[in-house]
Write a protein that binds this ligand. Structure first.
Ligand code: FE2
Length: 186
């Protein structure tokens, strides 16, 4: 892309970033769904994969409305978050603990997407691209709902199950036993 001169140019640049972000997700989500154990979490991830495929199509519509070719631009931030998820999956980790950790990683993905869609939606409105803003708003709402679903699964189900079993680390609620130093720090 040549020099970016104004809001319209950074808007297009960000749309390309988003397009790449969503396509990275369509490739990563099937593997993530496979790695988790809890059926409700698996279903939620599979549902979000279908939504994500729709997000890709919606972005294609936005490019079309903008009179621009559909093009992505590597989103290194999403690549990094997904890489962290892959690292979790390759660790020696209990199934329930992995489910909890994967939710944490998936929520980083959702928060990043929510920030990005919120920005481009506002830019589209500012630029008077109302139809594009509406499409971006639809996806933003679905990302927020997906994030809330993950919060619900974690707090009502997964975190409790992941709390069972013996820990690999000895941790306490009030610092090192008998250590006045750790106490005075609080
Ligand atoms: Fe999405």
């Amino acid at each position: 892309m040549s020099k970016l001169n104004n809001l319209q140019d950074v808007y297009l640049n960000e749309l390309r970033d988003l397009y790449n972000m969503e396509t990275q997700l369509t490739k990563a989500l099937p593997r993530i769904a496979k790695s988790v154990s809890h059926p409700e979490l698996k279903t939620a991830i599979e549902n979000h994969l279908r939504e994500t495929e729709h997000h890709v199509e919606r972005l294609e519509q936005v490019f079309e409305l903008a009179g621009q070719k559909v093009r992505g631009k590597k989103c290194t931030a999403m690549e990094g978050i997904l890489e962290e998820g892959s690292t979790l999956m390759s660790m020696d980790i209990n199934d329930n603990a992995l489910d909890a950790a994967i939710i944490g990683n998936a929520q980083k993905v959702e928060h990043y997407e929510i920030a990005s869609y919120g920005t481009v939606r506002s830019w589209a409105r500012q630029l008077g691209f109302d139809d594009q803003a509406e499409l971006l708003e639809e996806t933003l709402s679905e990302e927020k709902a997906a994030n809330e679903k993950l919060t619900q699964l974690a707090t009502e189900l997964i975190n409790e199950e992941a709390s069972q079993g013996e820990s690999a680390f000895e941790m306490s609620h009030d610092g090192f036993e008998g250590s006045s130093r750790s106490r005075s720090r609080r």
